[in-house]
Design a protein around this ligand. Structure first.
Ligand code: ROI
Length: 160
């Protein structure tokens, strides 16, 4: 089994429900065990500002699926939740990103791991810290170091 970390994001159509359904779909993936779900975090959109705030979370998944098979499965979950690919950096019902796959570094046209940019995004780092602690992001450093640019988690985290 390899431990993978998946980022979840939604800013359309009942975002809490989108994220909850996506966690359930991840828990049902073959050859995989959903080990942890983070709390939900709210943040202003990165990119075009004329869209709703995002809800973000991170899932920890132990999996026997290969990285590309896991990517296919994540895209299938996005499709099932009617993800429409609109403009670049536009709003979406559900976004699933394979952030980390063990300590592997992958550079394929379809898949880059660690996810490019994850180390600069507080909406990824804060939930990642909650479920994975101070893990090392290959070539980028420890989450605690990278997190020093983010404000306090309480500014983002939603109450249950
Ligand atoms: N902004 C935030 N805050 N959260 C996201 O998940 C997110 N996802 C995206 C873009 C459009 C870059 N902005 C985001 O894909």
């Amino acid at each position: 089994m390899t431990r993978g970390h998946v980022g979840l994001g939604s800013n359309l159509e009942d975002t809490r429900r989108q994220i909850g359904r996506a966690f359930d779909a991840l828990a049902a993936l073959p050859g995989s065990v959903l080990v942890a779900r983070s709390s939900l975090y709210r943040s202003a959109p990165m990119g075009p500002a004329d869209q709703p705030d995002y809800l973000n979370a991170v899932a920890v998944l132990d999996t026997r699926l290969s990285p590309l098979t896991l990517l296919d499965a994540l895209q299938e979950i996005e499709r099932a939740q009617r993800r429409v690919r609109g403009r670049r950096w536009g709003p979406r019902t559900l976004d699933l990103d394979l952030l980390l796959y063990g300590n592997r570094q992958i550079d394929l046209p379809r898949l880059q791991v660690p996810h490019p940019g994850m180390h600069q995004r507080c909406f990824v780092l804060l939930p990642l810290w909650e479920v994975a602690g101070d893990i090392e992001i290959p070539d980028r450093g420890r989450v605690s170091t990278l997190l020093s640019c983010c404000g306090p988690p309480a500014a983002y985290r939603l109450d249950d």
